[in-house]
Design a protein around this ligand. Structure first.
Ligand code: IPE
Ligand code: IPE
Ligand code: MG
Length: 241
């Protein structure tokens, strides 16, 4: 069985891959377990995908881990997800360092419980000098939150006289988003069969190639990731030209 990894053209890799990790709840339900069990097993896929991206030489991997709207889930599920986040970050920091992975985070991090945000900031600090893959966690993130924030900040600069209305362009807007140091995604993967964006990187994905798979997130493995990259490489990107 030849693998997708071998078929990938290493000279034309997507620089930035973004993933909507969906289907943890359904994966667990299909097996007769509660949703939390699905989230716990989703961590294995996070590890697999991060390793796969680092191995092949992808520069940025953004994982949508928790949306603004996810705060409206039952408190017990939110608590379990936050606890899982803390435990995972703490446990995986040495591995991230070993693999030269730099952790970053985007989203309204002020909404995270104190302990989660502390552990997150510590891991970001401890991995900031790494020069390999940048692993970007989207936490308490939504595109509308991000764009609203950007609009507010741009307005402030205009009112302060630091920016004129005529100067506002694509680049100014991009530079006010939480992704300002990160290139736009080349490829976006969503698992679990839902064909929607769910408030993820709306501005940044203007020309991103979209890839949808029926596989639930906990069942998404390295080969599933490589298959998506291979599929991406069969496409012609025209950017309207
Ligand atoms: C994705 O799985 C994880 C998060 C959104 C935190 P879900 O929890 O959305 O699982 P499904 O989509 O209900 O199966
Ligand atoms: C999107 O999944 C958010 C994350 C994966 C973190 P959801 O399960 O929350 O999205 P919808 O409700 O299916 O659109
Ligand atoms: Mg879902």
């Amino acid at each position: 069985m030849s693998s997708f990894k071998e078929k990938i053209d290493k000279s034309r890799l997507p620089k930035h891959i973004a993933i909507i990790m969906d289907g943890n709840g359904r994966w667990a339900k299909e097996r007769g377990y509660d949703r939390i069990f699905g989230h716990q097993n989703g961590v294995t896929s996070v590890r697999e995908t991060t390793e796969a991206a680092a191995e092949i030489g992808v520069e940025y991997l953004t994982l949508y881990a928790f949306s603004t709207e996810n705060w409206s889930r039952p408190q017990s599920e939110v608590d379990a997800l936050m606890e899982l986040l803390i435990d995972t970050i703490e446990r995986e920091t040495p591995t991230l360092n070993k693999n030269n992975v730099r952790l970053m985070a985007i989203g309204d991090l002020s909404r995270l419980p104190g302990s989660a945000s502390e552990k997150l900031q510590r891991c970001i600090k401890q991995t900031e000098k790494n020069t390999g893959l940048a692993l970007v966690l989207a936490l308490s993130y939504s595109s509308r939150w991000e764009i609203t924030n950007a609009v507010k900040n741009i307005c402030k600069e205009v009112l302060n006289g630091n920016l004129s209305i005529e100067e506002i362009n694509d680049d100014i807007i991009s530079s006010h988003l939480t992704t300002n140091t990160i290139p736009d995604p080349d490829l976006m993967i969503r698992t679990s069969g839902e064909i929607r964006i769910s408030n993820f990187l709306l501005w940044q994905m203007a020309y991103t190639e979209l890839y949808f798979t029926d596989i639930h997130w906990p069942a998404f493995k390295k080969e599933s990731f490589y298959k998506a990259i291979y599929d991406f490489q069969q496409r012609e990107r025209r950017f309207g030209k």
